[in-house]
Design a protein around this ligand. Structure first.
Ligand code: ADP
Length: 465
């Protein structure tokens, strides 16, 4: 900051420079001066009896003068602050004057740059986020105060060391190695494991990178609190709902008989339907909370997808009550490494959605196949379709294109959120293609390392072991 204040002080106006003759004019003037001096020397020599001696003496005097200026220049170049350049007339004076002007303008530029640099440093030091400049080899070149606190950096010992040696988390190593630097990566702080840091690298200039460090612990804590609240609230609602539904299930058949309870038939049936709906919502909320909060453990099952797909198909067929045509293309030997319950959620949500959003007489095709990129579970229907602008929002919680239709068909608005989360836990990806009035296709893509054929059971044993 001190330097920036200096930089903003008014700079004293430099002494008015001599009018600068052009290089040619200056050289001509010097040539004339030398000629006149030699001529004067020759004249004096002639008067004294030897013009040649006179001319030679004048030339020698000139040479001596030039050598003295050369020496002064040499000494000044070495330490311009300690020595001053003479200010002779003639070509040497012009050269010295130009050199001094160049030096003055360089000093001014340097001062200005130092001011800008110190202002930049002061502003980045005031940032709440950490900023670390990385060199070509990933070494730490500069960092601000916040980075010092968040990463525990010390000027004396950490400048020059590679950032990968400081943040040793595997997720960061992977992020650093992938030169695209997409998004950000979250790792525990090397100073305090309870602090979560979001790291982001921004490449710039000549192989330089800026590492931005943000403390996201509070945000993550808030998310955990929200998740826990939803899970607890859903859990608490479950028991009273089960009791209410149990009684309504008991009473409802009574209202259908003629007698004193008959007038209650409509409200009781409606109450029972709403209790069933609430139960589905609470169950889906619990499922989602579980998917979000439980850590995925490394031991995996070999999921029998063909069996689960058949189960999902049967469920859809019973829901359809013979109103749709079903078709299945299932690779019987293809298996998935993952969690059976979660895989079942994915398949059954997609197939029941296909039935619910396809009018009677429509066609529903399920396929499970493998190609060079991985395995794909696909559900295609000839249903109502989805508008292009709605597709990116379908996996949001409680997002429905048509709320009435979703509710009427028993939807909770959480099915596709569950599918998305369950897929992410299997390193899978959901793709949705749809056209209004033509139909929709929901594709679940699983990576190659998540699948195997039952004849290659060795791969399974290797993974399970
Ligand atoms: P819901 O319980 O409402 O079906 P989902 O999360 O499963 O909730 O789906 C979200 C929304 O996506 C649905 O409300 C519906 O508008 C749309 N949708 C899902 N599947 C289909 C499909 N196969 N065809 C048309 N629209 C669909």
């Amino acid at each position: 900051m001190a330097e920036s204040r200096q930089a903003s002080k008014p700079v004293p106006a430099p002494a008015a420079p001599r009018p600068h003759p052009s290089a040619i004019a200056s050289f001509r003037r010097e040539l004339l001066y030398v000629t006149l001096t030699v001529a004067a020397g020759a004249l004096v020599g002639w008067l004294l009896g030897g013009w040649l001696y006179g001319a030679a003496a004048a030339l020698a005097a000139q040479l001596g003068r030039y050598l003295a200026y050369m020496r002064a220049l040499r000494v000044w170049v070495d330490s311009p602050k300690r020595f001053e350049l003479p200010e002779p007339e003639g070509i040497w004076g012009d050269v010295f004057e130009s050199l001094l002007a160049l030096q003055r303008s360089n000093r001014r530029r340097k001062k200005k740059l130092a001011g800008i640099l110190s202002e930049f440093q002061a502003s980045t030091a005031a940032l709440p986020d950490g900023a670390v400049v990385l060199g070509e080899q990933g070494e730490i070149v500069w960092f601000n105060k916040a980075a010092q606190a968040l990463l525990g950096l010390h000027v004396a010992q950490d400048l020059g060391i590679r950032v990968a040696n400081l943040i040793r988390h595997p997720a960061f190593a992977e992020y650093l190695a992938d030169v695209r630097y997409e998004g950000e990566v979250e790792v525990p702080s090397p100073v305090n494991l309870k602090t979560t840091l979001a790291l982001r690298i921004i490449p710039y200039g000549n192989n330089q990178r800026l590492l931005i460090v943000r403390d996201v612990s509070e945000l993550r804590q808030l998310e955990v609190t929200r998740r826990d609240f939803v899970a607890n609230a859903s859990h608490e609602l479950r028991t009273p709902l089960t009791v209410m539904r149990g009684y309504l299930d008991m009473i409802e058949p009574e209202t259908r008989k003629s007698g004193e309870f008959a007038i209650w038939q409509m409200p009781i049936t409606e109450m029972r339907n709403q209790a069933v709906r609430m139960e589905s919502v609470v169950n889906d909320m619990l499922k989602l909370a579980r998917l979000e909060s439980t850590v995925y453990d490394a031991t995996l099952d070999m999921v029998d997808v063909p069996r689960l797909a058949q189960r999902a198909l049967d469920e859809a067929a019973s829901m359809s009550r013979g109103e749709h045509h079903f078709e299945a293309h299932i690779d019987p030997d293809l298996r998935l490494f993952g969690r059976e319950t979660e895989a079942q959620s994915i398949f059954s949500n997609l197939t029941t959605n296909a039935v619910r959003y396809t009018p009677a007489g429509g066609r529903i095709v399920i396929s499970w196949r493998e190609d060079s990129e991985g395995a794909h579970f696909e559900v295609t229907d000839s249903g109502i379709g989805i508008a292009e602008e709605d597709i990116p929002r379908l996996t949001e919680r409680f997002y429905r294109v048509d709320v009435g239709r979703s509710r009427a068909s028993g939807g909770t608005g959480l099915g596709l959120s569950i599918v998305k989360h369950a897929l992410e836990r299997h390193e899978g990806r959901l793709e949705i293609r749809s056209q209004i009035g033509i139909g929709s296709q929901f594709l679940c893509h699983f990576p190659l390392h998540r699948i195997c054929r039952i004849d290659s059971a060795d791969a399974y044993r290797a993974l399970a072991g």
